[in-house]
Design a protein around this ligand. Sequence first.
Ligand SMILES: [Zn+2]
Length: 123
Amino acid sequence: VRSAETGPEIAVRRQLWSEGLRYRVRPKLPGTPDLAFPRQRVAVFVDGCFWHGCPEHYRAPKKNADFWRAKIERNRARDLQVDADLLAMGWTVLHVWDHLVRIDLQAATSLVKRAVNREPSNE
Ligand SMILES: [Zn+2]
């Protein structure tokens, strides 16, 4: 599912980089986040609306409907497991729908910046 780099991931990375943010690309973490900020421990996934079952845009294909339903459900279950694994490791996890990137890149990067700039909690 995440084997290929998609346009929205690259758009987010370019924008953040141009604003001076520095990050790791696809680091070796659960789920291989699209980018991550190791010092702040923020992992970012840009989720494709189809593959991750966006509630606004996912439409089940008419052909092989059972196959696709099962596949997207597996993807979503894996997303939840990955989030739980990262949280257990002390990471903050941010998912950005690729539709937001396409509609409003600034809004998408603002979400990332907000997560990265948040003061660390005193735990
Ligand atoms: Zn969507």
